[in-house]
Design a protein around this ligand. Structure first.
Ligand code: TXA
Ligand code: MG
Length: 313
């Protein structure tokens, strides 16, 4: 038997765990995060151990408000403009302020820091109650699917990680990561806010980092977000496979989920990880995935699907 831990029932209980240097998973509007006090090196190191993260990828630091964020990083006027979209599913990579108090391992030796203010009531209350920024990667064992419910977190870690339950996540896919480089914005990871939407709201252009460039988010391994089943993309289902459909689906006899019968990319993003979890739980060996149009959130969905289908080490 593995040891299981009791879940915190309130924000105050979760905050007490985090203040004591323990880990606690918590909900955000994107996915559940595996949180630790970002100023406590031992606590942050246990994030890496618990996830089995193969090397020290820098972590996203979650702040309660702009005042907290400004103690950690230098905000140029352009960065401040983008930060106007907070709280939200958008992470900004900015120059770290020297002596910002963050554990070095959070930034993995870089001189930049990734920050976001999540758009989720419980997450904001929790950070405020801890009174410290929280480092939090997605709350799943490394390489596995990101969790969008507390139950998926419990299952992923065999009940060994306490979870503050906030119900299912609204967005269902991780935040969009943008680096501010001088007067340029560069998207390092497609995510829950579509690049076009950022461009429209801010009237600025957002470039896309080249896939294999050193500036891309260092944690973007080719194989990631993987279910146990093998995946075939842009595919029609064959006998013995499960089918992950999008939009109007052909009749199919086997295990099937539809990301969005109406063909709505927001609904599809919200359902993506949950439905992959469900198909995995059904014990299928392979999943055929319907084509997803690349527009809007399709960019983030197709990015996650390509990683889930990539050859695994
Ligand atoms: O929605 C989200 O972003 C979720 C929730 C919990 O907030 N978090 C999340 O964290 O997806 P994680 O650790 O799975 O992904 C963080 C990504 C990694 O690809 C990492 O390499 C990148 O952010 N990153 C962190 N700091 C960076 C930096 N200074 N420069 C470039 N990339 C950075
Ligand atoms: Mg992750």
């Amino acid at each position: 038997m593995t040891d299981t831990v009791a879940d915190p029932q309130t924000v105050a209980e979760a905050a007490a765990l985090l203040r004591a240097g323990r880990l606690c998973a918590f909900p955000t509007e994107t996915v559940y995060g595996l949180g630790a006090d970002a100023t406590n090196a031992d606590a942050v190191l246990s994030i890496y151990e618990t996830k089995g993260r193969p090397r020290f990828n820098p972590l996203i630091v979650h702040c309660a408000d702009l005042a907290m964020a400004e103690t950690l990083a230098e905000f140029s006027p352009l960065a401040r403009q983008v930060a106007g979209l907070w709280p939200g599913s958008l992470t900004l990579v900015l120059p770290a302020k020297p002596g910002n108090g963050l554990a070095d391992v959070v930034m993995a030796g870089l001189d930049s820091v990734a920050i976001r203010i999540p758009d989720h009531k419980l997450a904001l209350e929790l950070i405020a109650a801890v009174g410290k920024p929280l480092a939090a990667p997605s709350a799943n064992p490394s390489g596995k699917l990101s969790p969008t419910t507390a139950e998926q977190v419990r299952r992923g870690f065999g009940g060994r990680v306490p979870v503050l339950d906030g119900g299912p996540c609204r967005a269902g896919v991780e935040s969009t990561i943008i680096r501010v480089e001088g007067d340029q914005l560069v998207q390092l990871r497609a995510g829950a806010v579509a690049r076009k939407e950022i461009e429209r709201k801010l009237s600025v252009k957002v470039a896309v980092a080249k896939k294999d460039s050193a500036v891309a988010a260092p944690g973007m391994l080719a194989s990631h977000y993987a279910p146990n089943a093998q995946m075939r993309l842009n595919a029609e289902p064959r006998a013995g496979e499960a089918y992950l459909a999008f939009g109007k689906a052909p009749a199919f006899d086997g295990v099937m989920r539809n990301l969005s019968p109406a063909g709505d990319p927001h609904e599809a993003a919200r359902n993506l990880f949950s439905m992959l979890h469900e198909l995995d739980a059904a014990g299928v060996g392979a999943i055929a995935v319907a084509p997803i149009p690349e527009e809007g959130l399709g960019e983030a969905i197709n990015d996650r699907l390509a990683r889930a289908a990539a050859p695994r080490e």
